[in-house]
Ligand binder design. Structure first.
Ligand code: 1CP
Length: 337
């Protein structure tokens, strides 16, 4: 079989006869094959061992037949060499969260070849093996700052929002350092063979439109403007109310969650982008008839959008039945467009 360019074709505006499909978090805990590898090593060891990271990246390509691979890693991997102590249990945990300007001043901007060589090696191994494009990824600066300041996940994000508003110098310097690190990190993935990179802004939706425009968005724009040699997809969860700002980005694709219809998203974004999404991942716990109905609806809503990559509106959840995930991929591929 030759190299599958379907997803690149869509990102490059070429006409295609079927939709490309991949799924956020397509490797992971819903898959017995992943659990078998994971039983032997911790999550961080898995991310830092290129042969194993390569193996779990390939699992969904072989098992599901998706049109793209996504590097197996985590958005938090580059923050460890910046200077925070990172662990997973399985949720992320940071024992020395950022509290004040002096903490931010101690953080380093990463040099990917020296600081995360295992990521570069995994990318190199994968591009040799794959017959589909490899998606590299990072967290967006604000989402990474949330983890670094909160010390892990959070419900109300009190610490990051307070820092943002009362310690502006510390906030700006933190965002600058993460942005610089992220540009280096993504460009290294691109230079080693990723033709697409996705920037995950999972927590963008927790701020007001004004704060998003002034304090979150400019750093994303800087990343998009700096990268060379790959298509960039920006996925910001709960961000439909920010689309009048997001449409200023010069990237190829926008990931959309299930809180807005894709035709409506295209309208708010001036139909400038290839859209990616947006099936509610919980629908994968239902049945084939429900899945079909909701997949058909997404095909309907994307008839007139600039381009569309089928995906979920957020990552696959643990315990999702693999049979339904396979059904989704096969059904999307079976439909002519
Ligand atoms: O126990 C385990 O095996 C660890 C579970 C796990 C896995 C499989 C974590 C911990 N991360 C991952 C892999 C991962 N994370 C990928 C791999 C590639 C793939 O898609 O197949 C990717 C792209 C991510 C990205 C990621 N990590 C995001 C952004 C996307 C999203 O889902 O919003 C975020 C927010 C994280 C942080 C993180 N890492 C792990 C967990 C459980 C979390 C979320 C914690 C939280 O809700 O705050």
């Amino acid at each position: 079989m030759g190299f599958n360019t379907l997803i690149l074709d869509v990102l490059e505006g070429k006409k295609v006869s079927k939709k490309p499909v991949w799924l956020m978090r397509q490797a992971g805990r819903y898959m017995p094959e992943y659990m078998a590898v994971r039983k032997k090593v911790s999550f961080l060891e898995l991310c830092k061992t290129p042969e194993l990271a390569c193996e779990v990246t390939l699992q969904p390509i072989d098992i599901l037949g998706v049109d793209s691979a996504i590097l197996f890693s985590d958005i938090l991997i580059p923050i460890e060499p910046m200077g925070v102590n990172l662990d997973f249990n399985p949720a992320p945990y940071i024992s020395n969260p950022i509290e004040k300007l002096s903490d931010v001043k101690k953080l380093r901007v990463i040099e990917p070849e020296n600081d995360v060589p295992f990521v570069i090696d995994t990318v190199k191994l994968l591009v040799k093996e794959l017959n589909v494009p490899l998606i590299g990824f990072s967290g967006a600066p604000f989402t990474l700052a949330c983890y670094m300041v909160e010390g892990g996940g959070s419900k109300n994000f009190v610490k990051i929002k307070t820092l943002m508003h009362t310690e502006r110098e510390a906030y700006n310097l933190l965002m600058d350092k993460i942005t610089e690190s992220t540009v280096e990190y993504l460009q290294a993935q691109i230079d080693n063979g990723c033709k697409i990179v996705q920037v995950f802004d999972t927590w963008a939706g927790i701020v007001s439109p004004k704060d998003y425009s002034e304090l979150v968005f400019p750093y994303v724009k800087k990343i998009v403007d700096s990268l060379k040699g790959a298509h960039v997809i920006y996925f910001a969860k709960d961000s439909a109310t920010f689309y009048s700002k997001i449409k200023e980005l010069g990237c190829a694709g926008i990931g959309v969650d299930w809180k807005i219809e894709l035709d409506e998203a295209a309208k708010l974004l001036d139909n400038k982008f290839v859209l990616q999404g947006n099936l509610d991942p919980v629908l994968l716990f239902t049945d084939k008839a429900t899945l079909k109905e909701n997949i058909d609806l997404i095909f309907d809503k994307t008839k007139n959008v600039k381009g569309h990559i089928f995906n979920l509106g957020h990552g696959i959840l643990p315990e999702t039945p693999v049979e339904n995930v396979k059904f989704l991929v096969d059904y999307v591929h079976s439909k002519e467009i």
